[in-house]
Design a protein. Structure first.
Length: 319
């Protein structure tokens, strides 16, 4: 699924605090890397882009538009939460927030907001409804899962990030049993690295089994569905995540001659438990071939990779 985030590049620290911690002049960083911008104008730019889209352009936009909000329940972000929901309602977008990502975040929220845990805080802020997607939801109670289920909000499960950051184990089986729609995500590169959705599917399936003690929890077909059609349904993009007449021509192909994929007895099981992103040899989005047996057809990859390597050297030079 391709996405167009309205904006979620927000900074919890001031420029001065960032400079003290990193030794980087963020003004220079913003100038050098347009993708990294201050929240105040980056958000306004993306909002203006969205509002100025004409009908012909809108038809060519990515299939999912997300109004992102802040990730943590800090006092200074209250207006940000409210702004995020207000914009989501005005523009008929989804609202995406990180919630109950770890025990530490829960305790921080309780200390700042009258002993309220993040889910209760989100409810009181008016953030829980059918347009809301909650990332992580690791440190939650049974009552909180029931509250999320009754609100119509969905959850984006990020197993790799949860493990790397030692956040804990999300109760995916219990989420599904409570009637919550659950999709899969990778979180950011700094807490995931590979951003490999095949790896994410496998971990989602096997962690659910290991944590619940139930070998039937989150079977391969369910994990595959969470990564494809269920994610599309949650983000109100019908047709995505399926191969069917009339659906968008979005697809990938795997090299089934690779040793880890040969022989094959069950396609869904192979995709979830045996495959990796490196087995992908073909990518098509809306009928356009973007990757074909080692070649990136738009020609942008080499330039982008060179720019990133140059940026890494520049950052190292600031140490």
């Amino acid at each position: 699924m391709s996405t167009d985030f309205l904006e979620h590049l927000y900074w919890a620290l001031t420029d001065e605090e960032q400079h003290q911690k990193t030794g980087l002049d963020l003004g220079e960083l913003y100038e050098r890397t347009p993708a990294v911008k201050r929240a105040d104008y980056a958000f306004k730019e993306r909002l203006a882009d969205f509002q100025q889209q004409d009908a012909s352009k809108a038809e060519k936009l990515d299939n999912c538009h997300v109004a992102s909000c802040w990730a943590y329940e800090q006092q200074g972000f209250i207006n940000g939460f409210r702004l995020g929901m207000k914009l989501a309602e005005e523009l008929d977008l989804m609202l995406h927030i990180h919630l109950s990502e770890s025990a530490g975040e829960v305790e921080q929220c309780r200390s700042l907001h009258g002993d309220r845990r993040p889910v209760a805080y989100a409810r009181d802020m008016g953030l829980l409804n059918e347009r809301t997607v909650l990332a992580h939801m690791v440190d939650v109670t049974d009552e909180e899962l029931e509250l999320v289920a009754s609100s119509g909000a969905a959850i984006a499960h990020n197993p790799v990030s949860n493990l790397k950051l030692a956040s804990g184990f999300a109760r995916v089986r219990d989420m599904v049993r409570a009637g919550i729609s659950v999709s899969l995500g990778t979180d950011g590169a700094c807490s995931n690295n590979s951003l490999d959705m095949f790896e994410t599917m496998k971990l989602a399936a096997i962690l659910a089994k290991g944590c619940s003690g139930d070998a039937t929890a989150v079977p391969a077909v369910q994990a595959l569905n969470m990564a494809t059609a269920e994610g599309a349904r949650i983000f109100r993009t019908p047709g995505l995540g399926t191969l069917a007449p009339g659906a968008p021509a979005d697809m990938i192909a795997l090299d089934m001659d690779e040793p880890n994929l040969c022989p094959i007895f069950n396609e869904a099981s192979h995709a979830v438990y045996a495959a990796s992103g490196k087995d992908c040899v073909f990518t098509m989005v809306e009928g356009n071939i973007l990757y074909d047996h080692g070649t990136y057809t738009d020609g942008l990859y080499a330039d982008t990779a060179a720019e990133m390597r140059d940026l890494v050297e520049w950052v190292k030079g600031k140490e």
